[in-house]
Write a new protein. Sequence first.
Length: 254
Amino acid sequence: MTASAQQTGLLDGRTVLITGAGSGIGRATALLASAGGAFVFAADIKGQDETVAAIGESGGEAEALNLDITDAGAWESAVGNVLSARGRLDGLANIAGIVSNTDTLLSQTEEGWDRLIAVDLKGPWLGMRAVIRHFLDAGAGKVVNVASTAGLIGMPDVLAYSAAKGGVIAMSRQVAVSYAAESVQVNVVAPGVIRTPMHGDVTPELMTAVKAATPAGRIGEPEDIGNMIVYLLGPGSDFVTGQVFTVDGGWTAQ
């Protein structure tokens, strides 16, 4: 069974907004959501048009949005555009993020710290704030925030990134319990090492070591994360909220 086939019909009739949709996990999730029957708003600062084109070639429907996730006004405009175009918004997947190669206590700069926190923590906060206002009026809605195993356990060389992703987890739990009674679900997916452009500068030797240390015996693919996100955007997760789903081939289970 292909990744797309696993999701067929899961999101029929739904409209979803996916950030980071220009590449990697975001693009894979957008394609899977479309295969599941959703109308997809693919948001990013680059690459989103190509994602929309790929969805169209597969027979799906999508629209590209240029979205700086660190800008509150841009979020309000994006959600307004979605509602004007479709009249509904059923789910948000906060996937956009960045990582730094010089992210240690002594090497990270104040500017670098602020940038990582702005993109990886403030961005999801602004996104949730923008969509949950609508979800409360609509009577339901779903948010999936992408964190990382770095937000769960100690890892070297990812200080600000770990702080941001840990913050996403804590923030998501707080928002989940705050709005559970209003039929709004907020969950987190925490990927392990995934084969994406974000890890493009990782050496083959390190990738081999990661693979050897992973019980599943392979590196994760964007679709592995996308499948979990699409499930959490669908009706099967209506009684699931405030949870963190680690998708890492068993690495953190050791």
